[in-house]
Design a protein around this ligand. Structure first.
Ligand code: SAH
Length: 347
């Protein structure tokens, strides 16, 4: 295993069997996480980039079996922020020093192209990078958002096991999700994708495929988090909660794609009170603090036990800021696009 880790650290390349062997092995976990941390330091530096997450609607037309805001969850209290409220959330985030807002929601048809492009244009006036995470759309819609100024897009592939994907995402098509990722890339978005780890029926080998998929399509960001079962979904009794396996998947992704942005995901903190700091010490370099206000934080319940639902945006910013400084890292002052650190340090 040591040789495999060395190879990954030197060449940033591993085959599927090699990745699977690392994921299976339990004795080499610490060495793997440490190698990912060194690679993170060398390729993206000490800065942790903060992205302000606005969860602006939990209405969703999709019915993903793992997700608490799926269409058929009649117990979910639905909400959507008014366009003006979203803009106010973004302004408050800018005032707190954030340079990026991530607008995330279920697939809510209320937000038409006209409504969303208007919101994006207003936020762009605040000199913020805008990331969208609003699901599957047509090429034309992605193009309209890009023209309005959106910089990045997050769309996890969730799993590269097509059969598993179709079982867990009824009515959706894996090929269409890929089409979306290709469209987003061709439109010049910084492309974020990612996966869940520990899905029922997911094999280690398919997780190895997930990592190779991120590399093949050339993602600029990869968000990897543990699947956490939600009681009001068909997967209520599934196991999930694979913290260490998620960390290792993230660490190998860092080794193979040394200069991309990798968030320490909120789901990791849900499983371990120090989860994001552990992730930041194992290859991650981004955190997405929640800036959604009030009761909505609770209502955007993709999975149970979501952290900080009773907190305020200001307290979350202070809390995570202090944690980041306490491990000797710094908070990025720029927009944190991929490759910035390498460019600056080559001059
Ligand atoms: N509708 C948007 C945003 C989805 S929510 C989209 O389709 O991209 C963001 C991510 O939360 C999902 O991509 C999924 O990977 C994750 N997620 C959903 N339910 C989850 C659960 N039960 N446990 C862990 N992560 C979950």
């Amino acid at each position: 295993m040591r040789l495999l880790i060395e190879k990954a650290e030197k060449t940033h390349s591993l085959g599927k069997d090699e990745i699977a062997a690392l994921l299976h092995d339990e004795d080499s976990t610490q060495a793997l996480l440490q190698a990912a941390d060194r690679t993170r330091a060398a390729f993206v530096g000490q800065d942790v980039h903060l992205r302000a997450l606005i969860e602006f609607s939990n209405y969703c037309r999709q019915n993903c079996c793992y997700c608490g805001i799926r269409r058929d969850n009649k117990q979910a209290d639905r909400y959507r922020l008014k366009p003006q409220e979203i803009i106010m959330h973004a302004a408050a985030a800018a005032k707190m020093g954030y340079r990026t807002v991530v607008m995330q929601s279920g697939e809510d048809v209320y937000f038409t192209v006209d409504r969303l492009t208007e919101i994006i244009r207003e936020i762009k006036k605040m000199d913020m990078a805008v990331t969208l995470s609003i699901g599957e759309k047509s090429y034309e819609e992605y193009q309209a958002y890009r023209n309005a100024g959106a910089d990045r897009y997050l769309l996890r592939i969730e799993t590269t096991d097509k059969e598993l994907y179709h079982r867990l995402d009824p009515g959706m098509s894996w090929d269409n999700r890929c089409r979306c990722l290709m469209d987003l890339k061709s439109l010049g978005y910084e492309l974020g994708s990612g996966s869940m780890v520990g899905l029922p029926g997911q094999s280690i080998e398919s997780i190895a495929d997930d990592i190779l998929f991120f590399k093949k399509i050339g993602v600029d960001m990869a968000g990897i988090g543990p699947f956490i079962p939600h009681a009001q979904t068909p997967l209520a009794d599934a196991e999930g909660r694979a913290f260490t396996l998620s960390l290792k998947t993230m660490a190998i992704t860092r080794l193979l794609m040394p200069d991309i942005n990798i968030p320490a995901t909120t789901a990791m903190e849900t499983l371990n009170p120090n989860g994001r700091i552990i992730a930041l010490n194992s290859g991650a370099n981004v955190v997405m603090p929640n800036v959604t206000q009030g009761e909505y934080r609770k209502m955007y319940e993709l999975y149970p036990g979501k952290i900080c639902v009773n907190d305020t945006p200001a307290r979350c910013r202070t809390c995570i800021g202090a944690k980041i400084l306490s491990i000797g890292r710094t908070i990025g002052s720029g927009k944190g696009f991929r490759g910035e650190f390498l460019k600056e340090n080559q001059q």
